[in-house]
Design a protein around this ligand. Structure first.
Ligand code: ZN
Length: 160
């Protein structure tokens, strides 16, 4: 079965930038599981997975416009340290997760004060060309409930 709209796809990945610098992977964790065709992945990765089948291994190159966007020249934002998820003692250069109205957002710390940090509002991967080495593990039909919710359920997907 091929990855296409309204299928649920599971895969492992290794992510590096265009210079080969490692940026992360699904590692020993559960694979990523997502509902295809519903905007759950960055657009370039989702289109690179389209039409692939279980057992396929391949590399998807994602330019910034199809990934986390271009790096824009934005003013830093001041955020209370208490709104950071996880790290309570951030240092400049750290990537932190911040609770925003529309979910959690990742940003890079520029400056640390006593009660606040100044963050670069760009996504940490903005402006980077990304290379995903993908191993496709499974493709199945989505359930009616998954289609209603717009995301995959179960291990590697939403658990609720
Ligand atoms: Zn759901």
């Amino acid at each position: 079965m091929k990855a296409e709209k309204d299928t649920v796809v599971s895969f492992h990945y290794r992510l590096s930038d265009s210079g080969g610098v490692a940026l992360g992977d699904s590692g020993d964790h559960e694979p990523v599981t997502y509902l295809h065709g519903h905007g759950n992945l960055v657009p370039g990765l989702e289109s690179g997975l389209r039409g692939r089948e279980t057992g396929d291994t391949f590399t998807v190159t994602v330019p910034p416009e199809q990934g986390y966007g271009l790096h824009r020249d934005l003013p830093t934002q001041r955020v209370p340290i208490k709104r950071l998820l996880g790290s309570k003692r951030p240092r400049p250069g750290d990537v932190v997760a911040i609770q925003a109205d529309d979910g959690t957002r990742q940003m890079t710390v520029v400056k640390v004060g006593k009660f606040n940090v100044d963050v670069d509002p760009n996504h940490p991967l903005a402006g980077r060309t990304l290379q995903f080495e993908v191993e496709l593990l499974d493709v199945r039909d989505a359930t009616a409930e998954e289609l209603t919710h717009g995301h995959a359920h179960g291990p590697g997907g939403h658990q609720h």
